[in-house]
Design a protein around this ligand. Structure first.
Ligand SMILES: C[S@@+](CC[C@H](N)C(=O)[O-])C[C@H]1O[C@@H](n2cnc3c(N)ncnc32)[C@H](O)[C@@H]1O
Length: 276
C-alpha cells in the first residue's frame, strides 16, 4: 500500500483548467460510482466538441449523470442523457438537486435500441467510458449517428489498451477479482478509428491515447484509496488493478485512456465530384 501512495502519480491540474474550481471529490462524483477518469476525462472529451451555449448534446451511457451535469454547468448546453443501468428517476433527482432540471433531461433508453429522436437532432454526442459496451458494432454506431446533425461532433473516450495484443491478452489482465472489467471489449485507439471509418458517415478528427492516460488511472486509484481511508480491505479489493497498472508502466499492451472525436460528414457542403 505504501508503494501505491508514494509512487502513483496525480494528474497535473494545469492540464485540466475546466475543473480548476472542483474539489477532487467532485471530480470523481463524490463516490457515486463515476467511472475512471471522472471529470478529468469528461474535460478531455468535451474539449474538441466546440460546444456553444444552447447546443443540444446527447450524453450516451451517462452512468450516474455527473458528466451530464458537468456539460450543462460548464458549457451552458442543454443535455439529454440516458444509461441502461441507471434509471431516469434516479438521474432526475440528482439533476434537480444540482439545480439543472431545466437544462438536463434524463430518459430511460438503451443505445442499442432505436432511439426516439428525429434525424440530425443533436449538435453533439458525448460518451464517456461507455462506447466499448455498445458501440463495437458499426451498425449500432451508424444508427446512432442518424441523430447527429451534419457537421456535428461525437466525442468519446475511456479506458483502452495502448495497442491491440498480438495474441491473447497478457495473463495479468485475466485477473479482475471476479469483476467484469469488460477487457474483451477494450480496444486500442487505432481500432476505434477503423470502426468509425467503417461507418462511412464521419471524418475522424482525432483518436489517440492520452499522454497522461496511465496517470489518469493512478490518480483514480489514489482518490479511491484516500476515500477508503487506505484501509486493508480497500487494498485487498483493488490489488488486481494496482498490479495491472504497475505492469502497464513497462509492458505493452498497457492499460491506459484514450479520447477521440469524429465529425459527421456534411454532404451538402461537399463539392460534388466531377462526372467522368
Ligand atoms: C463504465 S460505465 C460509465 C458510466 C459513465 N459514463 C461514467 O463515466 O461514469 C458504463 C455505462 O454504460 C452503460 N451502458 C452499457 N450498455 C449500454 C447500452 N446499451 N445503452 C445505454 N447504456 C449502456 C452502463 O449502464 C454503464 O453505466
Amino acid at each position: 500500500m505504501e508503494q501505491v501512495r508514494s509512487s502513483f502519480r496525480r494528474l497535473d491540474p494545469d492540464d485540466y483548467p475546466e475543473v480548476s474550481d472542483y474539489s477532487w471529490d467532485e471530480i470523481y462524483g463524490r463516490g457515486d460510482n463515476m467511472a475512471p477518469g471522472g471529470l478529468y476525462l469528461a474535460s478531455r472529451i468535451a474539449r474538441s466538441l466546440n460546444l456553444q451555449r444552447g447546443d443540444r448534446v446527447l450524453d450516451l451511457a451517462c452512468g450516474k449523470g455527473d458528466s451530464s451535469i458537468f456539460l450543462a454547468k460548464h458549457f451552458g448546453v442543454s443535455v439529454i442523457c440516458f444509461d441502461a443501468w441507471t434509471s431516469a428517476s434516479y438521474l432526475s433527482r440528482k439533476i434537480e438537486a444540482a439545480g439543472l432540471g431545466d437544462a438536463v433531461l434524463p430518459l430511460d433508453l438503451d443505445a442499442t435500441d432505436l432511439l426516439p429522436f428525429p434525424d440530425d437532432y443533436f449538435q453533439a454526442f458525448f460518451c464517456m467510458q461507455g462506447l466499448h459496451s455498445f458501440g463495437t458494432d458499426p451498425d449500432v454506431t451508424r444508427r446512432l449517428l442518424a441523430h447527429l446533425q451534419p457537421g456535428g461532433r461525437f466525442g468519446f473516450g475511456g479506458t483502452c489498451f495502448s495497442q491491440e495484443p498480438d495474441g491473447p491478452l497478457p495473463a495479468i489482465f485475466q485477473e479482475t477479482a471476479g469483476w467484469d472489467a469488460e477487457y474483451h471489449n477494450y480496444h486500442s485507439p487505432s481500432w476505434w478509428v477503423d470502426l468509425f471509418e467503417e461507418t462511412r458517415l464521419v471524418d475522424v478528427l482525432n483518436c489517440e491515447e492520452l499522454p497522461d492516460g496511465l496517470v489518469m488511472w493512478e490518480d483514480d486509484v489514489l482518490y479511491h484509496g484516500e476515500r477508503a481511508g487506505w484501509s486493508n480491505a480497500w487494498f485487498e479489493k483493488s490489488k488486481w488493478l494496482i498490479d495491472q497498472l504497475v505492469f502497464s508502466r513497462h509492458h505493452r499492451p498497457s492499460l491506459t485512456h484514450y479520447v477521440g472525436t469524429v465529425e459527421k460528414k456534411d454532404w451538402s457542403s461537399r463539392t460534388p465530384r466531377p462526372s467522368p
